[in-house]
Every structure is written in structure tokens, then in C-alpha cells.
Design a protein around this ligand. Structure first.
Ligand code: FNR
Length: 382
């Protein structure tokens, strides 16, 4: 039974997904210290309980990049979401749309931009990686623009991929790994039906269509790994700034100096993130990185944050630390794997309910009232 946003969907996803897919979602880089700290540091932040303040009227609404969000939450880009449920990106996007929050399509989605964007009413957000193949990037940006994408999420914390040992153990990474896994999924009759593969690997992939051929994903991971670009610098982003006139958000900031550089660059927002502990193990959790970044740039651009947010209380904590809006990664991926669109809808409802309780009991009636004052400073290490 699903009661808790934090734990029940993860447990159910573990029961339902083929192990290689569960570990692909659940795992992090190296020894997974940062992955654990993301969750534990947030959970360890003490909320300041206040009482008797007439909390009958609450508003969770917030404004971001000219959009009204029903609550300060968006869905983060999660690659291969479409492996977790049939046309998974469409299902997750619909749940977010109905809830009144943004959905971000990953560069490495299963469903193409042209399938997901028209399936929802709100403008879709699109995430782009920095890749050596600038033609690929330009093509992806043109397609996103044509599909009506407004907000571009530019992920900069993957100039080189971090090693994910669970994927190496499961065969999800390594030569021809992607195809091997897809073939394995296709030999599992229920699973193959459920993700809509039907023995048609060419059905799988934005990537293959970006690349102008439809041969499947057999070399996808190899191609991607060879295409991460360690030479990237702020200067390289200028051509994207010229090309992209909508809001541009830099994802993967963990340091106040980099946040200041993002302001200088002219970014509309940053996402404080360590990629959910999937890149450099041992870096700060987002919760611990946030206060210094908020001190440096709050008000100069929008501060978004992800990594470790598992429930509505975590949303309130991250906002109290300085975020304007947060993103959910694994939390929605588990729910999607368990129950498709209905699972993500239910997860978002649970998160909203948890936020409401946290706001009533911290005496905060609106999102802008949530601040450092909503935390107990004496026992707070941050
Ligand atoms: C991700 N993340 C990610 N980020 C990105 O910019 N592009 C991508 O394609 C992906 N793919 C991806 C796959 C999976 C399975 C996960 C779990 C994560 C990172 C994601 O956007 C987000 O930063 C983290 O998921 C946030 O951490 P939590 O909420 O999962 O703890």
C-alpha cells in the first residue's frame, strides 16, 4: 500500500522493476556517500514548529519564469524514463501537467520531444547536455524550440561521466550494454508489453532521431560517453544564449563562485544539484551547498535545487535553505515505474499534503513566508 511518498514507491519499484533498471534509477556514483548524504542531510534539518497562528488559509502557488506553479516543485530530467513505464515520459509529463507543475524532458529520453510536448498543456521544459557534437546540440535546440519548449535546462555537471558501479555490475554500462539490456527486457514478456517495446528497438529513442538514423540504441551509451566534453567553459555557452531566447537554467551548481559566474553569464536560474549523487561521489549534498549559494546570488536569478528530495517536508526544508523551487528525480521515477501516470499523480498529491502539514506546523502561509526562520538555528548545522 502506498502511504508515504518517501519510502513506499521505492520499495514497490524494487519489487516490480527488473533489477538492472531498479539499480539504474536507485544507484549513485562510486561508494554512494553523496547519494546518502543528500537524503540524510535534508532529513536532519530541524523544522521550527509554531502553533496557534490561524493557519486555515494556505497558498502553495509560486511564480517561476512567467509561469504559475501550483506548488514549488518540478519534475527533473531523468534519462530513459520511458524504460520505466510505457511511453513513460508522456505519462509523467501528463501527471505534472495536471498538477500544474513543469515537466523536464531529458536529452536522453525514450519518447521524442515531438511526442511529449503536444501531450501536455503547459510549455515543456527541455534538458540539454553539453556534448562535443555541437551539431547534435543545435539540432536538439531547434527541435525543442519548434515543439514550443520555453525553458531550457542546461546540465553542466557531466563534462565526464561519473562511474556508477551498480550499472557496471548489472551490465547497464560497458560495451553494447544498452542493447543487451533492452534485449533482456524484451525477453521478459510482461515487461516488454508494459514498456511498449514489442520487439521494436527503433521505437526507443530521441537519441536515434537526433542522430538522423533509426538503428536503435545499441551504441547509445558508448556514443554518449565519448561525447561528453571536458573542454566546455562559460564561453562555449554564449552561442546557446544567442540562439535560445527563453529562460535558461544551469543545472549542476554546487559552489557559490560558480553561482556568481552563472549570474555574470546571464542565466535566468541555476539548479543546485549534484546530479542525485550520480557524478562525483564525496561532494557536498545540495542541502549543505545551498546556504552559501543563496547568500551569494539570492534575488539575482532563480535558485532551483534537487538531490535528495523525497517528500513534502524536504521541499519545505530546501525552500527554507534558499531555493525558490525544487525538482524531484528518483521520487517520481519510482512512482512512475510502479503505477505510471496515476503513480506520479498520487506521489505529487502526497507531496502536496505533506507540504501543507509542514506549512501549518511551521506557521508559514505562503511559499515566500518559508525562510531560514522556519528552521531551528540552534541545532541547525547549516
Ligand atoms: C538523472 N539525472 C539526470 N539529469 C540530467 O540533467 N539529465 C539526465 O538525463 C538525467 N538522467 C537521470 C537518470 C536517473 C535514473 C536519475 C535518478 C537521475 C539527474 C536528475 O535530473 C536529478 O538531478 C536527480 O535525480 C536529483 O536527485 P534525486 O531527487 O534523484 O535524489
Amino acid at each position: 500500500m502506498i502511504i508515504s511518498a518517501s519510502t513506499d514507491y521505492r520499495a514497490a519499484a524494487k519489487r516490480k522493476l527488473p533489477p538492472f533498471l531498479f539499480h539504474y534509477v536507485d544507484g549513485g556514483a562510486y561508494a554512494e556517500h553523496t547519494l546518502r548524504r543528500n537524503v540524510e542531510d535534508l532529513a536532519g534539518i530541524a523544522l521550527r514548529q509554531r502553533v496557534l497562528r490561524n493557519m486555515s488559509e494556505l497558498s502553495l502557488e509560486t511564480q517561476l519564469f512567467g509561469e504559475t506553479l501550483s506548488m514549488p516543485v518540478a519534475l527533473a530530467p531523468v534519462g530513459l524514463t520511458g524504460m520505466l513505464a510505457r511511453r513513460g515520459e508522456v505519462q509523467a509529463a501528463r501527471a505534472a501537467d495536471k498538477k500544474g507543475i513543469p515537466f523536464t524532458l531529458s536529452t536522453v529520453s525514450v519518447c521524442p520531444i515531438e511526442e511529449v510536448a503536444p501531450a501536455i498543456k503547459r510549455p515543456m521544459w527541455f534538458q540539454l547536455y553539453v556534448l562535443k557534437d555541437r551539431g547534435f546540440m543545435k539540432n536538439a535546440l531547434e527541435r525543442a524550440k519548434a515543439a514550443g519548449v520555453t525553458t531550457l535546462v542546461f546540465t553542466v555537471d557531466m563534462p565526464t561521466p561519473g562511474a556508477r558501479y551498480r550499472d557496471a555490475h548489472s551490465g547497464m554500462s560497458g560495451p553494447n550494454a544498452s542493447m543487451r539490456r533492452i534485449l533482456q527486457a524484451m525477453t521478459h514478456p510482461f515487461w516488454a508489453w508494459d514498456v511498449g517495446l514489442h520487439g521494436k528497438p527503433h521505437d526507443l529513442g530521441n537519441i536515434t532521431t537526433y542522430r538522423g538514423h533509426t538503428t536503435g540504441l545499441e551504441d547509445y551509451i558508448g556514443w554518449l560517453a565519448a561525447n561528453f566534453d571536458p573542454s566546455i567553459s562559460w564561453k562555449d555557452l554564449e552561442w546557446i544564449r544567442e540562439f535560445w531566447d527563453g529562460p535558461m537554467v544551469i543545472k549542476g551548481i554546487l559552489d557559490a563562485d560558480d553561482a556568481r559566474d552563472a549570474v555574470t553569464f546571464g542565466a535566468d536560474g541555476i539548479i543546485v544539484s549534484n546530479h542525485g549523487g550520480r557524478q562525483l561521489d564525496g561532494v557536498l549534498s545540495s542541502a549543505r551547498a545551498m546556504p552559501a549559494i543563496a547568500d551569494a546570488v539570492k534575488g539575482d536569478l532563480k535558485i532551483l535545487a534537487d538531490s535528495g528530495i523525497r517528500n513534502g517536508l524536504d521541499v519545505v526544508r530546501m525552500i527554507a535553505l534558499g531555493a525558490d523551487t525544487v525538482l524531484l528525480g528518483r521520487a517520481f521515477a519510482y512512482a512512475l515505474a510502479v503505477d505510471g501516470e496515476a503513480g506520479v499523480t498520487n506521489l505529487l498529491d502526497l507531496i502536496e499534503k505533506e507540504m501543507r502539514v509542514a506549512m501549518v506546523l511551521t506557521g508559514t502561509k505562503t511559499i515566500s513566508e518559508i525562510s531560514a526562520d522556519s528552521l531551528v538555528r540552534e541545532v541547525d548545522h547549516y
